[in-house]
Design a protein around this ligand. Structure first.
Ligand code: MSP
Length: 460
């Protein structure tokens, strides 16, 4: 099924600090999937960007003595540089301060208002600025935000509300009818139970600060940052709407599977096909935290063993969708034992032998052991770790083949052809994961005059 459209998004990140491993993880995952679909011949739109309005950014800017816009303008290049370092090929980097986005948000607000789904009221309750989220008394732990463990604010201000409660039934029906809407499936039950407990209307405007998009029907209010942010997927869609998949972390699943579809239902816009929640990374078994110095920035990540080893590690270490623990040693071990010893060795041995003895075209029986269908299926189901495992299982098969056929003794050109041809296929399949290495391999094996190049992975 070639030439389909494929539209994938990452969450848009708060530019209150430079990006770390958590942001990198989603962005690399989206890049792997986007590259895979491009290989398949699909027309791909890959959207990422930054979530720039709201109190959290305003506070961070104030701390630095800058205006919010100056503050975010200084940080955006850091995000773009990080993605460049990680070889992320996005289609657009959207900022919620982009003019076209702001216009679209106001347009949708008007539409939802005209549909009778927005009314004026008063919000009295708790708010965690670090989460940019509302909490009820029973959500709190000792009066603190359950995620950040910090004090929440008690708000009391006039606010416009979105009639989220009205969509309770439709949302439950959506999950039932479209059983893959929330992925992985094991995250669904919690959402359903929470909705069944009751779905309150959502406060969607604030008057106590001004760093946000003004409501078009009442300029004294600025739009709630999540209502603004979620709409980036639509305003930045470039005719690709509806999205095939929104990749998000498990912590923000609720916003994406409850608030977002309700907004779209209200505005009469098609729904995205799937929301996929991945797990969280810890660092040396501890929660990632800037203040406690437990953080891996993109520069740190890349400096350990190079960009491809970082990209590889994140999808080899943990099933996509589950939590994982990052440690420098674990990355180095995989770099040395898998990338250098398995992939690197295979490529350099075969390239050297093929260069020396030549190859002779024949039926490639070795390649039949590659489980291509399974790999494709894994990609279709967003099981990217399993796709990667399957490719490496074939690399093992190839290494065993070299061992058992001993082409350095036999000089068998046909065996060397089978190996070289299989390596070409491996390079192609690895391209989404480790594009730089994949190109280095492809270069050596491009024509039948194979030439060994420098080694792919120097051991760390
Ligand atoms: N701005 C919102 C998203 C709006 S999308 C319409 C936001 N931004 S964020 O910068 O705080 O986080 C973005 C993503 O990073 C989330 O998906 C979150 O799950 C992910 N991660 C942050 N820390 C993480 C880990 N330690 N591990 C894995 N992902 C983590 O939320």
């Amino acid at each position: 099924m070639a030439n389909r459209k494929f539209y994938i998004t990452t969450p848009i990140y708060y530019p209150n600090d430079i990006p770390h491993i958590g942001h990198a993880y989603t962005t690399i995952a989206a890049d792997v999937l986007a590259r895979w679909h491009k290989l398949k011949g699909d027309k791909v739109w890959f959207l990422t960007g930054t979530d720039e309005h709201g109190k959290k950014i305003q506070n961070a800017a104030e701390k630095k003595g800058k205006s919010p816009k100056e503050f975010v303008d200084d940080l955006i290049p850091k995000f773009k540089d990080a993605w460049k370092k990680l070889n992320i090929e996005y289609s657009r980097f959207i900022r919620t301060t982009d003019r076209d986005h702001e216009k679209k948000v106001q347009e949708i607000l008007n539409k939802v208002y005209d549909n009778g789904d927005i009314y004026l009221g008063k919000y009295e309750g708790y708010y965690c600025t670090a989460c940019e989220a509302y909490y009820t008394e029973k959500d709190l732990e000792n009066g603190c935000c359950p995620i950040h463990k910090t004090k929440v604010d008690l708000l009391k201000e006039p606010s416009y509300f979105f009639k989220l409660g009205k969509y309770q039934k439709q949302l439950l029906e959506l999950y039932k009818k479209n059983s893959e809407f929330i992925s992985p499936k094991n995250r669904k039950l919690e959402i359903i139970n929470r909705i069944k407990e009751g779905l309150d209307d959502l406060s969607i405007s604030r008057t106590s600060f001004d760093w946000g998009i003004p409501l078009p029907f009442d300029k004294k209010h600025v739009c709630y940052v999540w209502f603004d942010a979620l709409l980036n997927y639509y305003s930045g869609a470039n005719d690709f709407w509806p999205a095939d998949i929104h990749l998000v972390g498990k912590d923000i699943l609720w916003f994406h599977v409850v608030i977002w579809p309700a907004m779209l239902l209200s505005a009469g816009i098609k729904l995205p096909k799937k929301i996929f929640a991945h797990g969280w990374w810890t660092f040396d078994k501890e929660k990632i935290s800037k203040s406690r110095g437990k953080v891996i920035n993109v520069d740190d990540l890349v400096s350990i063993a190079g960009v491809d080893s970082a990209r590889y590690f994140l999808f080899r270490e943990t099933p996509f969708g589950e939590d994982g623990d990052f440690s420098e040693q674990a990355l180095i071990d995989r770099h040395n034992n898998e990338l250098a010893d398995k992939l690197g060795n295979l490529v350099s041995r075969v390239a050297a032998l093929a260069e020396k003895y030549g190859i002779q075209k024949t039926e490639n029986r070795l390649l039949k052991k590659l489980k291509l269908k399974e790999i494709e299926k894994h990609f279709e189901k967003y099981e990217i770790d399993r796709a990667l495992n399957e490719i490496f299982a074939f690399i093992d098969v190839c290494n065993e083949y070299v061992q058992s056929k001993k082409p350095w003794e036999t000089h068998d050109k046909k065996v060397l052809y089978e190996l070289a041809d299989s390596i070409r296929e491996i390079a192609k399949l690895l391209f989404p994961f480790i594009p730089e290495t994949s190109e280095k391999i492809a270069k050596q094996f491009r024509t039948d005059k194979i030439k060994k190049d420098e080694i792919l992975f120097k051991k760390v």
